[in-house]
Design a protein around this ligand. Structure first.
Ligand code: ADP
Ligand code: ADP
Ligand code: MG
Length: 666
């Protein structure tokens, strides 16, 4: 085994690789961009090398800089993680040329699987079933439309160089083919510098089932069973599990053997994943799965496989890269219990999952057996706008699926996150959703049930009660100017002042006026016309312990600047305290313009001056945090002016489209 390793990545995967590397006694070296100088993965490493500015294309994606960092730090090997340069042929070659061990497959194998069209042709030859469709070289729009017609709608347009669900469009009818093709090509060109596409039959009731494979340099190859990644949004995985619910043993073997055949056909080495799409309309069947693509790297969701097989796949990767044999033979690979993984993202489910950034003012995970949390950040860290907004992954392992899901749900409900908006409550909702618990799943599951899964931000008396307690305590603390104030620690303290007052709090754009009256043992407040009794204090852990109408419960509380967050059962509400001098609170934020929610690049502009638009009409498409986002009208209105054009770089808060303000409102 070599003794030092550079990890050419960031975030949770860099930290995860370092964990195993350290365990094996290796010296670890991190690389970092300007934005990541103090990042978690850098703090975990034995040494770190700065490689450039924040934009990935100027740092994490620059091959020469990574090689230079490896030389400067004197490491023997490089682990690429996932994303970034992990499937880059030139990078694997550059490592080899520099005399560095690339922890991954040979460059030739990455190349063979790099483009979806070539990979499909290769698999067809190896006798692996592939999704029917057109994966030839001809790219003429009319020709492709003709192929789509032959295949039969619905079809899926895919970027041949695609990944991460980008450059992919489902088309249900001939009328929308041309538009969707253009949009797929545009996204593919921007993301991969290659606009070529292929057309596939859209499989009905699709289940995404993939096989973890592993090969060594001595001709051994095994599969470590399957993962079900059917829970997706915009063709991107959100929740993964292993094994796949309802998987017949015969199909597991058929898929495993097909995957091993694929690996052997390309002289593979190391960890890889062969992705299949299965038709789940009549349950899983050994004759209804087709090859989609192979990912020639470690996958985001590898921990669910580690959980059920009791392996450490990064350790396997490092051993294989060092020339060792696979630690287990096929017949000795266990399959124990059931594991599920969720990807915790900084994004706002209520705003169509728009990425969210900023400082994590709170990130607290409960301690629980059978739960593994692979985090990329800690409390106090920033979720930067430059990279993928993943905060981390949580993996639950139980004796069966029901146990694993229950454990996960409980863990999520007890987790506290504040700062950026996150999908935490959404994930918890899925864990408790009947169709999911009954494994009635396919890749359309999230879209189909979205209304039931996106938590409604109802303000019940418990949230208001906890908010009032927190607010009064924060105010008392501010007045006392002493963190260790006896008020804060006491649990018999009655809150607030001595007189009735009307408290104004804002939740988003909504202004709440809450009448609060002191009582013997606490307070009385009115919410939605109903009176409630409240008492509360803060415990030693900094949690609010509130009693509303005789029911006592705990809530997380974080105060930040002129506001605070209340966290109750996995859901975080961000309140702001309106400035008393700002009389026009109700209309604040409603300035008659569509503003850019974050810095980004304008991709397309649909808005036209003088046109009347309805609420929800898409006005501008911008690219931010690696995704195209459509910004829509928040209300009906007439467009006064359009301030941006495709290609423009915009700042957060820039007024992109301005609406006419009606006279009687102005
Ligand atoms: P990427 O490289 O972006 O991961 P994939 O080819 O793996 O692209 O496809 C991503 C997702 O798109 C799959 O997990 C699946 O949900 C969906 N998908 C891909 N091909 C098909 C298909 N032919 N029919 C139905 N859904 C598909
Ligand atoms: P998977 O099938 O494992 O989700 P994808 O092909 O979707 O694999 O992408 C691999 C992962 O790498 C994704 O989670 C994606 O968000 C991540 N990724 C890709 N590029 C970057 C990047 N520049 N920064 C951070 N993460 C990235
Ligand atoms: Mg894929």
């Amino acid at each position: 085994m070599f003794s030092s390793l550079l990890i050419a990545n960031r975030g949770e995967i860099a930290a995860r690789v370092m964990r195993t590397a350290k365990h094996l006694g290796l010296r670890t070296v991190a690389v970092y961009s300007d934005a990541d100088a103090g990042a978690y993965h850098v703090r975990q490493a034995d040494a770190a090398v700065h490689i450039g500015s924040a934009q990935a294309k100027d740092s994490y994606l620059v091959i020469e800089k990574i090689i230079e960092a490896a030389k400067r730090s004197g490491v023997e090997a490089i682990h690429p993680g996932y994303g970034f340069l992990s499937e880059n042929v030139a990078f694997a070659e550059a490592c080899e040329k520099a005399g560095l061990i690339f922890v991954g497959p040979p460059a030739s194998a990455i190349k063979a699987m790099g483009l979806k069209d070539a990979a499909k042709a290769l698999m067809e030859k190896a006798g692996v079933p592939v999704v029917p469709g057109y994966h030839g070289a001809e790219q003429d729009a009319l020709f492709l439309e003709g192929e789509a017609q032959k295949i039969g709608y619905p079809v899926l347009i895919k970027a041949v160089a695609g990944g991460g669900g980008k450059g992919m469009r489902r088309v249900d009818e001939p009328a929308s083919f041309a538009t969707e093709l253009k949009s797929a090509q545009r996204e593919a060109l921007a993301a991969f510098g290659d606009e070529r596409v292929l057309i596939e039959k859209y499989v009905t009731r699709p289940r995404h089932i993939e096989i973890q494979v592993f090969a060594d340099a001595h001709g051994n190859a095994v599969y470590l069973h399957e993962r079900d990644c059917s829970l997706q949004r915009r063709h991107q995985k959100v929740i993964e599990e292993a094994p796949a619910p309802g998987m017949p043993e015969e199909m597991r073997r058929a898929m495993g053997e097909a995957a091993v055949a694929a690996v052997k056909a390309i002289g593979y080495r190391g960890a890889g994943t062969v992705e299949f799409i299965a038709d789940g309309s009549n349950g899983l069947r050994a004759d209804a799965f087709w090859f989609m693509e192979m990912n020639t790297r470690l996958q985001v969701e590898h921990p669910v496989t580690e959980a059920i097989t009791g392996t450490d796949l990064v350790e396997w990767q490092l051993r294989v890269a060092a020339g060792e044999r696979l630690p287990l033979a096929q017949k000795d690979i266990p399959l124990n219990g059931h594991a599920v993984e969720v990807r915790l993202y900084a994004e706002d489910p209520a705003k169509n999952f728009f990425p969210s950034t900023g400082k994590l003012t709170r990130l607290r995970l409960p301690e629980e057996e059978g739960i593994r949390a692979d985090m990329g950040v800690e409390e106090g860290d920033e979720v930067s706008m430059f990279y993928d907004p993943m905060i981390g992954k949580i993996i639950a392992h139980g004796e069966d699926r029901t146990a694993a899901l229950a454990k996960m749900r409980r863990f999520l409900l007890d987790t506290e996150v504040a700062g950026p908006r996150t999908n935490l409550a959404f994930l918890a909702e899925i864990m408790g959703h009947d169709p999911f618990r009954e494994a009635d799943i396919d890749t359309g599951y999230i879209d189909r049930h979205i209304a039931a899964l996106v938590p409604v931000e109802t303000l019940d008396a418990h949230v208001i009660g906890a908010a009032l307690v927190g607010h009064f305590l924060a105010r008392a603390e501010a007045l006392a100017g002493d963190r260790r104030s006896p008020w804060v620690a006491s649990d018999s303290w009655t809150l607030g002042g001595a007189r009735s007052e009307t408290l104004k709090l804002m939740l988003g754009d909504e202004v709440l006026s809450i009448r609060v009256t002191p009582e013997d043992q606490g307070w009385r407040f009115t919410h939605h016309g109903v009176e409630h009794l409240l008492a509360g204090a803060m415990n030693a852990q900094g949690e609010i312990v509130a009693t509303v109408d005789g029911l006592r419960f705990k809530a997380g509380f974080v105060s930040v600047g002129c506001g605070f967050s209340v966290i109750l059962r996995g859901a975080t509400r961000d309140f702001t305290i309106p400035d008393p001098l700002d009389v026009d609170v109700a209309t604040e934020g409603d300035t008659g313009a569509l503003k850019s929610p974050m810095p980004g690049k304008i991709v397309a502009v649909m808005a036209e001056a003088g046109v009347h638009v309805k609420k929800g009409t898409g006005l501008v498409i911008m690219e931010a945090m690696k995704m195209e986002q459509t910004l829509a009208a928040a209300a009906d209105g007439i467009i006064a002016s359009v301030n941006v054009a495709p290609g423009d770089q915009v700042e957060a808060g820039a007024a992109l489209v301005v609406f006419e303000v009606k006279k009687d409102e102005a």
